[in-house]
Write a protein that binds this ligand. Structure first.
Ligand SMILES: Cc1ncc(COP(=O)(O)O)c(C=O)c1O
Length: 387
């Protein structure tokens, strides 16, 4: 069968096969532990559920404007003012089906075939394939100092005639690193000077630890008008534990928003009105659940660190936020896919191979699950690797 070049360039994630193994084992009644999760386990806020139910009861579930209903745009405007101290208009906002869709819409709005998009390593697993879907080329920027914290020099080295955009994700999936204010300031000024798009994936911004405050990219921008090429992406998935609602958004200049809206209009016609109502409820509602979640994750992070720090052979950097850590297991096995498969087979613990995030020999371990799962999961990994 003849598939498109683009379809052929997108590879199946090995994690899907690991997840399938996990599901098969669970179905057989095995006590498998998932340390590969990407979503908080807390319940969605009632402030999200009630307006959704109310709208459902009208039985008039219709199309909405492609960029989202005005009330959701207003909620996003309020969110942007509260958390980013930035006043934007409805024309600067597009709601999409998750931050993921907002990210790919941004890329589709700005990229031409053969353009290059740079992002630091380790990176979120979807960036390279999203760029490839646009016919463009993903470019990895590996921090020269061997840390998870890039410097502007690491990005500068990768710039070419074809560079169109940089993607920054901090707090970072998979490392949990919050990039330094210096780096954020440098990269924003660098992109403004070089006239590059900067996609700022801020989906974990409220899940930061040790008294950190979320870093606000707008604190460092010099271009404030409609010429700004900063695209801020966020959503309700992680902070409000609403991954299944699939609502995210982008805030940027009106031209990009128009382009994204046109594309979305032909792709999905916009997110479901029910889920938009739920997102409005979450954004405008009681916020204490976010802080509760953040505190739980910080406690879980501490437990995970204690367990890994006493795990001989494993190297790990303490995460500053998110609910992931990215640990170096290369002393045991350099091929991370092989190691993940070994751990699901022998320890019945699911981990995500570092290769998915651009680094071999590493595993991403999540601490968004229960303390029991974290403790038992790491113990089982120790049992099979240290014997
Ligand atoms: C770095 C990063 N960006 C974006 C997303 C997508 O979030 P959403 O569920 O809103 O599509 C994720 C989800 O795992 C993520 O880790």
């Amino acid at each position: 069968m003849s598939l498109s070049q683009i379809a052929k360039s997108i590879t199946a994630s090995p994690t899907l096969a690991l997840n399938a193994k996990f599901a098969a084992l669970r179905q057989k009644g095995e006590a498998v532990i998932h340390l590969g999760g990407g979503e908080p386990k807390s319940k969605a806020p009632m402030d999200a559920i009630l307006p959704l139910k109310e709208h459902l009861d009208t039985r008039e579930i219709r199309y909405t404007p492609a960029a989202g209903i005005p009330a959701l745009k207003d909620a996003i405007i309020k969110y942007t003012e509260n958390f980013y101290n930035r006043k934007v208009e409805r024309g600067n906002v597009v709601a999409a089906s998750g931050a993921k869709h907002a990210l790919i819409l941004s890329l589709q709005a700005i990229l031409n075939p053969k353009d290059e998009v740079i992002f630091p390593v380790p990176y979120w697993v979807s960036y390279p394939d999203m760029v490839k879907i646009c016919g463009a080329n993903p470019i990895n920027a590996i921090p020269a100092d061997g840390s998870y914290y890039p410097s502007i020099g690491d990005i500068e080295k990768k710039i070419s005639e074809q560079t169109k955009a940089v993607i920054i994700n901090s707090p970072n999936n998979p490392s949990g690193a919050v990039y330094s204010e210096k780096f954020i300031s440098d990269i924003i000024q660098f992109c403004e000077k070089k006239d590059l798009y900067l996609i700022f994936d801020d989906i974990y911004h409220r899940l930061v630890f040790d008294g950190r405050k979320p870093i606000n990219p707008y604190d460092y921008t010099k271009i404030f008008n409609d010429k700004s090429k900063l695209i801020l992406v966020n959503g309700v998935s992680k902070s409000y534990a609403m991954t299944g609602f699939r609502i995210g958004w982008a805030v940027t200049n009106t031209q990009i928003i128009k382009a994204m809206t046109n594309i979305q209009g032909h792709q999905t016609s916009g997110p479901s009105v029910l889920l938009q109502k739920a997102a409005i409820g979450a954004i405008n509602g009681e916020q204490s659940g976010v802080e509760e979640l953040r505190k739980t994750l910080e406690k879980n992070r501490d437990i995970m660190m204690e367990l890994l720090n006493s795990f001989e052979g494993v190297e790990v950097t303490k995460p500053d936020g998110t609910f992931y850590c990215f640990a170096d297991f290369s002393a045991f096995e350099k091929d991370s896919n092989k190691l993940s498969n070994f751990l699901i087979d022998e320890a019945k613990v699911l981990t995500v191979p570092g290769a998915e995030f651009g680094m071999e020999g590493f595993l991403r371990l999540s601490y968004c699950g229960s303390v029991e799962d974290i403790t038992e999961g790491i113990q089982r990994i120790k049992n099979v690797l240290l014997k």
